[in-house]
Ligand binder design. Structure first.
Ligand code: ACO
Length: 323
């Protein structure tokens, strides 16, 4: 029997503390105008000292499970996409599994930075399609505030903390009503580490390190790579990008989103943008934006939704689903 991975629940979670552009301009040489014009960001949420990535992940997961009407005994796969794990090991997914009271199945992390949620979703789809797992919790969760150099104005103004989660169920393809993940495209070019990386790690410095980015060089790579991944995902499904009902991009920069939308001829009223409120929350940004759009009634049952991400690696990718 073939199975489709159908989205049954979506949830998100944000820390309480809001940091505005004006707050940041008191700390580094920047301005609300520069940040808004170059990125579209007006504020971001920052985790409190005792709030870990797993706590944000659990907050989002609980809401997604509640919406799906599922409890801890129903979930047999937990995947957390994160570049900011609680500990070097075990995986944050294992910690999340324990905090949620899930005692069966598999749990592991996926590390593809800002493309993490697309990688995780595509991976979960393959586990569910195989019939070996039945209900997956796929979470994007980050505390990027912990790896920012708060003296570096070129990076510290861009990122925020948060989490978002999907519950996916394996449904027999002939009973799924066309719903579920339809196609995905995952890519990596590891030759551009210098453009975007963290300058520390277990094996190299034994420290967590700080994020370093040559933003303008990454920017130049973004629109073409994202567009080509979206084209591949659309081609695999036999549709044109202009046919998608809703576009939920990774929220890195409003100008990148606008460039992709223009290149692929997607109508602007179909684009979800939460970058103004959330900033770039890396692997959390897509499910956070998706949940925000659901709460606003902008995504409806049966909609064809395209997701895309690009980030450290460089990694990039896209996924197409019917909600
Ligand atoms: N406030 C004021 N001025 C600033 C700031 C700031 N916060 N940051 C940089 N500047 C200055 C620079 O010093 C430079 O000044 P100069 O002209 O005197 O040298 C000027 O602004 C322009 O800098 P650029 O870097 O060229 O600005 P750009 O228009 O490229 O915008 C940005 C920078 C927002 C980072 C953009 O390049 C971008 O969004 N890049 C892509 C980021 C991305 O998508 N990353 C992937 C995902 S993240 C992940 O995977 C972890």
């Amino acid at each position: 029997m073939s199975f489709k991975a159908v989205v049954k629940g979506v949830g998100s979670y944000l820390p309480e503390k809001v940091v505005t552009n004006a707050d940041l301009s008191e700390r580094v040489d920047t301005s609300d105008e520069w940040i808004r014009e170059r990125t579209g960001i007006t504020q971001r949420f920052i985790a409190s000292e005792n709030e870990l990535t797993s706590d944000l992940a659990v907050g989002a997961a609980r809401r997604a499970m509640e919406q799906a009407g599922l409890g801890p005994d129903d979930i047999d796969l937990v995947i957390v996409a994160t570049a900011t794990p609680d500990l070097t090991f075990p995986a944050t997914a294992a910690i999340v599994q324990a905090k949620l009271g899930i005692r069966q199945g598999a749990a592991f992390d996926i590390h593809a930075v800002c493309t993490g949620f697309v990688y995780a979703l595509s991976t979960a789809e393959k586990f569910l399609a195989s019939g070996q797992h039945k209900q997956a919790l796929v979470i994007g969760a980050e505390t990027f505030s912990r790896i920012l150099d708060w003296e570096d104005r070129t990076t510290c103004v861009l990122f925020g903390d948060g989490a978002g989660a999907f519950v996916l169920s394996a449904e027999p393809a002939d009973q799924a009503d066309g719903k579920g993940i339809i196609s995905s495209c995952l890519r990596c070019d590891g030759s551009m580490v210098d453009l975007l990386h963290v300058d520390g790690g277990v094996s190299s410095t034994q420290t967590a390190g700080h994020l370093r980015m040559q933003g303008n060089k990454v920017f130049r790579e973004a629109v073409n790579r994202i567009s080509s991944a979206m084209m591949e995902a659309a081609d695999a499904a036999g549709i044109a990008p202009a046919e998608i009902d809703i576009f939920v991009p990774h929220q890195a920069n409003q100008r990148i989103i606008d460039g992709v939308v223009k290149k692929l001829g997607i109508s602007k009223d179909r684009v979800i943008s939460t970058i103004a409120q959330h900033g770039n929350t890396s692997a959390a940004s897509i499910p956070l934006a998706f949940d925000t759009a659901l709460q606003e009634g902008r995504i409806k049952s049966g909609d064809l939704v395209m997701l895309e991400g690009m980030g450290g690696g460089l990694t990039w990718g896209a996924a197409l689903l019917r909600y």
